[in-house]
Write a protein that binds this ligand. Structure first.
Ligand code: ATP
Ligand code: MG
Length: 568
């Protein structure tokens, strides 16, 4: 899908502002960028930023660059770059240029010399702790460094020495010379360059000084002629510095920074640092573990790009902080797959049922619709045999009043087949139910006079002899509290949900699912939306549950909130 096919979603304050600027003739076209730091995989929060950036550029006749913000060689890796590229493309977006902040290292260096020459930057030879201690507080001004009034020539000489590798790591930094008494602490002579001998994944050992985020970001925006630099609210206090640098440098364009609130989701964590810990410490099976809110994890779980884009549009873009229930994200997937997913039956925890009046050794093929509301999708063939399997949980020997599934002497409809009655329960010595003997009513088959006879329950089933064996993985919330990182007393990993992954090895599926391939998705009737796991071996099919059919957590969340344990 190309960018042009993307829906635009509801309007927001950023779109309104850009529309006004375009109407006033301030821009010919809108150019945006998505600037991830390649120190981890992208998550659903990044998707919000991606959707916004691409939507604004497309709507106003421009384009979006994908820029790897790679100024911290200690944490960045090529595999993260590859993953980011794959994820943005999978979400359905085409960027114009693939850029790296490291491509601008020479230009940024020249900008730094320019500031020195203008008397707007100086080399500070104090250590990091001293510099931090002199920053002051919100109520007290900072203390000027003794190096603040070093002459431009001396500054230039030391800075060139820093670049040439003449000094130890940490022995000097370059600072902007702005205002040590500024109410905004970001303007109290922020650090622009540090000496750091670290091999960079792209520039190797070419550089031993690296620009700070603040010095690199706005200038990179200007070099790429970005018109609107959209970022999250934590950068709002950096905007005066962003503007100061652009106003004082010979940059080729004048971008504007606009901030919006981050996406927060409950029952998960959206910070690369925390996600990295879950991966590194083995709590999950890699960055693409289906329980993680990473794009790669969500893809492996069964989320579609459409459902993620729709979710990002629906939550909107504002300046106020909020927490979105995880169920909203799942609902977006349900809405998408309910429309599109072929229906099939799978029994996760089988219980054998013998249809005593069905001929032995015979297989009858039933035609069932692939999608009940979409006859144009055609039918699938389901084998019906004397021995079938139903869900263990669909039978109760001593059921409560409103149990409308199988019980001794009770009737239930088998989906796509007929009504059966439970005549006999076979047990082992310890009283465990081994199998049920049931008889079917031939008058209740599709096309027969009794076809519309009503019974209260309908259950799914598969043939015991013609179905295939499969493994299914059932995923649930990764954490069992809404905001696992909020509590200062505990580590967020203390709140991991031990039942976030349940593997069931005895599941049985309709035989046509042998042909299922990665990229397919299905509704297993009554149990949820499933996809074939892309990493499964061909011998044994593995299906991941992307979502249940209904949001059982909505209820639990409400109870938690009522109990005072709700989101903070
Ligand atoms: P994290 O906190 O997960 O490490 P980050 O902000 O450090 O995230 P970057 O790679 O620097 O990650 O982010 C790239 C872009 O994505 C930035 O413009 C950032 O503002 C945006 N972004 C990151 N997290 C979110 C979020 N939760 N909601 C919306 N936008 C986000
Ligand atoms: Mg960041």
């Amino acid at each position: 899908m190309s960018n042009a096919d993307q829906p635009t979603g509801p309007t927001n304050f950023i779109r309104n502002r850009i529309r006004k600027e375009v109407a006033e003739g301030l821009h010919e076209r809108v150019i945006t960028r998505f600037p991830p730091e390649p120190n981890g995989f992208l998550h659903i929060g990044h998707a919000k930023s991606i959707v916004l950036n691409f939507a604004m550029a497309r709507e106003f006749g421009g384009y979006t660059n994908l820029r790897y913000d790679d100024t911290n060689p200690a944490r960045e890796e090529q595999r993260y770059i590859d993953a980011i590229r794959e994820d943005v493309a999978w979400l359905g977006f085409e960027w114009k240029n693939e850029c790296y902040t490291s491509d601008y290292f020479q230009t940024l260096y020249e900008y730094a010399e320019h500031l020195i020459e203008q008397g707007l930057a100086y080399v500070d030879s104090q250590d990091a702790d001293t510099i931090r201690a002199q920053r002051g507080t919100l109520t007290e001004p900072g203390t000027p460094s003794p190096n603040r009034d070093r002459g431009a020539d001396e500054n230039l000489e030391i800075f060139r020495g820093m670049r040439a590798g003449a000094y130890e790591d940490g022995s000097h930094v370059l600072r902007a010379k702005i205002d040590m008494a500024a109410p905004n602490i970001n303007l109290r002579d922020p650090v622009l360059y540090r000496i750091r001998r670290a091999r960079h994944h792209r520039t190797g050992d070419d550089w031993c000084i690296y620009p700070s985020y603040d010095f690199a970001h706005g200038q990179s925006d200007a070099i790429e002629h970005i018109t609107h630099s959209l970022c999250t609210l934590e950068f709002e206090d950096h905007r005066p510095l962003y503007d100061w640098l652009l106003d004082n440098l010979p940059v080729p364009a004048r971008p504007r920074q606009i901030e919006f609130s981050r996406l927060n989701l409950d029952f998960t964590v959206l910070s690369k640092r925390r996600l990295n810990r879950l991966v590194e410490e083995g709590y999950v099976d890699g960055w693409d573990d289906p329980r993680l809110p990473t794009i790669a994890g969500m893809r492996r779980r069964g989320f579609t790009p459409e459902s993620i884009r729709r979710f990002c549009e629906e939550i909107g873009v504002t300046k106020s902080e909020s927490v979105i229930p995880f169920g909203v994200l799942e609902n977006s997937l349900r809405n998408d797959l309910n429309e599109r997913a072929p229906r099939t039956m799978a029994v996760l925890e089988p219980l054998k049922v013998v249809l005593t009046n069905f001929p032995e050794g015979q297989t009858e093929w039933l035609e069932a619709p692939i999608h009940p509301q979409k006859p144009e999708l055609g039918t699938r063939s389901i084998p019906l045999t004397r021995e079938i399997l139903v869900e263990r949980g669909d039978f109760m020997e001593e059921p409560p009043k409103k149990f409308f599934r199988l019980k001794p002497g009770g009737e239930v409809r088998l989906r796509c087949a007929f009504i059966i009655r439970c005549d006999k329960v076979i047990k082992d010595e310890s009283g465990n139910v081994l199998e049920l003997h049931c008889s079917f009513d031939p008058e209740t088959r599709t096309g027969q006079p009794g076809a519309d006879r009503k019974v209260k329950g309908t259950i799914h089933w598969v043939s015991a002899t013609e179905s295939l064996s499969a493994r299914v993985r059932l995923y649930d919330r990764l954490f069992n509290v809404p905001n696992p990182a909020s509590d200062k007393e505990t580590d967020f990993t203390d709140h991991l949900n031990p039942e976030s992954l349940v593997i069931m090895d005895g599941a049985r599926i309709e035989p046509h699912l042998a042909e299922a391939r990665p990229g397919d998705f299905f509704q297993f009737e009554r149990t949820g939306y499933f996809i074939p796991d892309p990493a499964a071996s061909p011998e044994k099919p593995v299906f991941n549950r992307a979502a249940t059919l209904r949001d059982s957590w909505a209820k639990i969340e409400k109870q938690l909130q009522q109990a005072g344990k709700g989101r903070t």
